[in-house]
Write a protein that binds this ligand. Structure first.
Ligand code: HEM
Length: 420
């Protein structure tokens, strides 16, 4: 265990959880423990690939997700549900985000990418300053909204949903138990609820969007035979998917653009890999994305709670222990990733250059609770890049100078740019 006095010193120096975890890792090598609160039992940090795989994929029934603060927003949606309820919810949604279910979204994703590309063409023509992060957020929200409702995102819904981001930013800094009472958060939740209620009502009336029915309609239909799909649960799934499905993708695409600004050769190489629409180009775009997710895995910590006694890497883990799996540190382990701080997408295109261990690269998690939207996220991101990368690269006027490690790892501050 890292000496609690050192943890306290770190925090007093203005460090955050990420600094404490980095120090625990440096001090202990693999599995380490720490206490943010000296009176509480220690939390275990898990970064080694074997231990990561054990906790998330080999023995997931022994390490469960703990209800977290976002629950006031996402309720009993699939991200926070546990046990049998989770299993049923996951099964239904999984069929919508893989195979033929997923293919229904491809045209909607392309339509959203075209809207963004048209807006960028307009930015290039006018020379107007725009915020790259904001553009990525709009795109990611538009794609998930189309998937859920069958409608493109309208301006009013977009405005209302901007509060999702505000609520999410406010959550980690609030003490547990006070979240619902916090004015801005409560107000934000009420506005999101109003949007969700409207969308569920439209889906109930059978109103398919111009692109056919959305996922909401599937949930409404399920409610005819499955009593657990109350209006409340449908609302919770909607808000869960909006939340889990847009901020993560948006920040990843923003990081990617910030990285390309420092590594313009990576953009050239991706475009030179093959002609537009070719497999080679697609693979190169995916590699850009994977290398971005290696350095900035949006879900940078995955909290778990041990429900039974276990042994992890030879250490006893008593039931009741809190653990933090940390993809951020695993992805920057020089033993797994040589020269880990270097942005090098060829790690993902050259055979044998990335570690084969399933616990060594986990931006989408691994095991039964791994990301439900993995295919959706990869599809929307590569589709957008295929549309935008051949155009002019953004010239940033200033760069966010800090990285914020909250619920997700985000560039802290605006990223204003012009095109052309
Ligand atoms: C779960 C990452 C995009 C929906 C997860 C987890 C990770 C993750 C790491 C596992 C969390 C854990 O084990 O504690 C990402 C990243 C994304 C992304 C990096 C984009 C680059 C999406 C999208 C959707 C989505 C687009 C929806 C369409 C979900 C859901 C879960 C989840 C519903 C919970 C699954 C469950 O608990 O059964 N995501 N995600 N994600 N993700 Fe994603």
């Amino acid at each position: 265990e890292l000496d609690p006095a050192r943890v306290a010193r770190r925090l007093a120096d203005g460090g955050g959880l990420v600094d404490v975890l980095t120090e625990v890792r440096a001090e202990t090598g693999g599995l380490g423990a720490f206490r943010l609160d000296p009176a509480a039992p220690p939390t275990v940090l898990v970064t080694g690939p074997d231990a990561v795989q054990h906790v998330l994929a080999r023995h997931p029934e022994g390490y469960v997700k703990r209800s977290h603060r976002a629950r006031v927003l996402i309720g009993d949606g699939v991200l926070s549900a546990t046990g049998e309820a989770w299993r049923r919810q996951r099964k239904l949604l999984q069929s919508q985000f893989t195979g033929p279910g997923m293919r229904r979204y491809e045209e909607r994703i392309t339509a959203a990418a075209r809207v963004t590309a048209a807006r960028w063409a307009e930015h290039a023509r006018t020379g107007r300053v725009f915020d790259v992060g904001e553009e990525m957020r709009r795109f990611a929200l538009d794609t998930i909204w189309r998937a859920l409702t069958g409608h493109p995102l309208d301006a009013e819904t977009e405005r209302e949903l901007a509060t999702v981001a505000e609520v999410m930013t406010a959550l980690p800094s609030l003490p547990a138990g006070t979240v619902a009472a916090h004015g801005a958060v409560a107000g934000g939740i009420a506005r999101i609820d109003a949007v969700a209620d409207r969308a569920v009502a439209v889906a109930r009336d059978g109103g398919a969007g111009p692109d056919g029915p959305g996922l909401l309609r599937v949930l409404v239909e399920a409610s005819a035979t499955r009593p657990e799909y109350t209006d409340r649960l449908i609302r919770d799934e909607l808000v869960t998917l909006l939340m889990a499905g847009h901020e993560t993708t948006a920040t990843t695409l923003t990081w990617l653009y910030l990285l390309l600004d420092r590594h313009p050769e990576a953009r050239e190489q991706a475009l030179a890999a093959g002609p537009e629409g070719s497999k080679e180009r697609h693979r190169a775009l995916q590699a850009l994305l994977h290398e971005t997710l290696r350095l900035y895995p949006s879900a940078w910590i995955l909290p778990r709670h041990a429900v039974e006694d276990d042994v992890l890497d030879g250490h006893a883990i008593p039931a009741g222990t809190d653990l933090i799996v940390c993809p951020h540190l695993t992805h920057r382990d020089p033993g797994l990733w040589p020269d880990p701080e270097r942005f090098d997408p060829t790690r993902f295109t050259t055979p044998g250059r990335r570690p084969a261990h399933p616990g060594a690269y986990l931006p989408f998690g691994i095991g039964p609770r791994a990301c439900l939207g993995l295919q959706f996220a990869l599809r929307e991101s590569t589709t957008l890049l295929a549309h935008l990368l051949p155009g002019p690269a953004p010239r940033f006027h200033s760069l966010p100078d800090r990285t914020s490690y909250g619920i997700t790892v985000r560039p802290d501050g605006p990223a204003p740019a012009t095109l052309g």
